[in-house]
Design a protein around this ligand. Structure first.
Ligand code: ADP
Length: 450
């Protein structure tokens, strides 16, 4: 028999015993029922008294020691004391944990803000307060967008894609650049990490400006040199032993011009982060134009096939997209031996629109694939130099796609050729196929050096 049951059996036995004794005494004095009723009454009074003691103790638990009535009441008191102790222990642990958490987040170098489902501020640490000028008393419960009032930040929150961070210059402190990274949790709640990235942003801007300025400054002298070299190479009276070095100098000057043109293009793309708007244009016509351009060259591949599996148009900057696609086609031509075939394909599905350039050339070993879009990265530097590649082509493609919310996928295996696919999100796809009248006429966008 367990302890609780035993207690109840004893209590019942005591009640029955007391009732029997009371009834017996009553019977011996000639009043059986009075004896029984008296005993039960006294028993009830005793229970009420114990209940009163328990109630008194529970109400004044912090000042009064627990009563010790024994029996069933004693068990109840022991259990209440135990429950109370356990609650106190857990509460202490939670309070300690909370204090530790608050202390550690306060000393964090980054700002942390907790937002509820309505993006209202629930809590923030000291650093977030400093960076955003938040005040504890007034700013709790305020929507974060109302405090920051920055269109790009609002767009970031509304888009709900929190893989990356957004960098903005908040109105409260325009000298600083802040990076916001949202981390969703629970049901619609969010943790917002705020970091001061002013130094990195300034360095990055300096780097971009330097490259843009250096490329710009180098372009004019190079144009003069290339011009003189061309004139000299065309001179029929030139000494025969100078002809070969002159041609080589001309070739190198062309390479340098290609690198500088690509660097300027990349700087132009990097100067802005936001997505391009643009209009809808026909990918089929663009692909056909690119094919015709390549096939008119004196040295060209055996065949270029164009498969247009969707009527949908692409929405974006036609000039930039042409640059990107032309780079991919140019690479396929440059890095495959004469006689190979190239396939261009455009199709759409639930994920969006896709344009791929496949070749049956030598392919690219797997270890190079993750680094292909890095600036000046070349799989085979010697060969790439021989073909006149700047090493910037795929970096440009990547940037163009980023500005359209898309991405580049490369699949290749040595000996089996390569496929470069540009993926565009669904919002970049328009159902109709409008007439294309401007693609071939965009000045300065054709890109001939991969
Ligand atoms: P580049 O201007 O030198 O062509 P890219 O950035 O366009 O530079 O390409 C980077 C490297 O990727 C190239 O140097 C080349 O080694 C490799 N590559 C690009 N496209 C292909 C292709 N279709 N087949 C094989 N290798 C390629």
């Amino acid at each position: 028999m367990n302890v609780a049951l035993r207690g109840w059996v004893y209590a019942l036995a005591r009640l029955v015993g007391a009732a029997a004794v009371g009834a017996l005494i009553g019977w011996s004095v000639g009043s059986f029922w009075a004896g029984l009723a008296g005993t039960l009454g006294a028993y009830l009074a005793l229970q009420l008294y114990q209940l009163y003691r328990l109630d008194h103790w529970l109400r004044n638990r912090n000042r009064v020691d627990p009563p010790d009535p024994g029996g069933l009441w004693g068990d109840v008191v022991v259990q209440v004391v135990r429950l109370h102790r356990r609650k106190k222990f857990h509460k202490g642990r939670v309070v300690r944990l909370l204090r530790e958490l608050r202390r550690s987040t306060a000393s964090m170098p980054d700002g942390v803000i907790l937002l509820d489902q309505q993006a209202e501020i629930v809590w923030f640490n000291r650093k977030a307060g400093e960076l955003l000028g938040l005040r504890r008393k007034t700013d709790f419960g305020i929507r974060i967008e109302n405090l920051l009032r920055h269109p790009e930040f609002s767009r970031y929150l509304a888009a709900g894609q929190f893989a990356g961070a957004v960098v903005i210059r908040p109105k409260v402190d325009e000298d600083h650049w802040l990076s916001f990274q949202a981390v969703p949790y629970g049901v619609g709640q969010m943790l917002l990490l705020v970091r001061d990235v002013s130094r990195q942003t300034r360095l990055e801007t300096m780097r971009k400006d330097f490259i843009a300025n250096a490329s710009h400054e180098l372009r004019s002298p190079l144009t003069v040199i290339a011009g003189y070299l061309e004139t000299l190479a065309a001179d029929p009276d030139i000494e025969p032993e100078l002809r070969a070095p002159l041609l080589e100098m001309q070739r190198q000057a062309e390479r340098m011009t290609a690198i500088i043109t690509d660097l300027l293009e990349l700087s132009r793309l990097e100067a802005r982060d936001e997505q391009v708007e643009g209009g809808a244009f026909d990918v089929g016509e663009l692909a056909t134009a690119l094919r015709d351009e390549v096939m008119q060259r004196p040295i060209h591949p055996a065949a270029i096939t164009v498969s247009i599996d969707s009527d949908a148009s692409l929405v974006g900057d036609a000039g930039l997209v042409r640059t990107a696609f032309a780079n991919l086609v140019d690479n396929a031509v440059k890095y495959t031996p004469a006689g190979s075939s190239i396939a261009l394909r455009w199709w759409t599905d639930g994920q969006g629109g896709h344009f791929s350039v496949s070749d049956d050339g030598p392919g690219i070993p797997a270890e190079h694939l993750p680094r292909l879009t890095e600036r000046f990265y070349r799989v085979d530097p010697g060969r790439a130099r021989a073909t006149g590649g700047s090493g910037l082509g795929l970096a440009i493609v990547k940037h163009v796609l980023q500005r359209h919310g898309g991405e580049l996928e490369v699949s290749s295996s040595p000996g089996r050729g390569s496929t470069f696919t540009c993926h565009f999100p669904s919002r970049r796809i328009a159902a109709a196929r409008p007439a294309l009248f401007f693609l071939n006429a965009v000045p300065g966008t054709a890109h001939g050096n991969g």
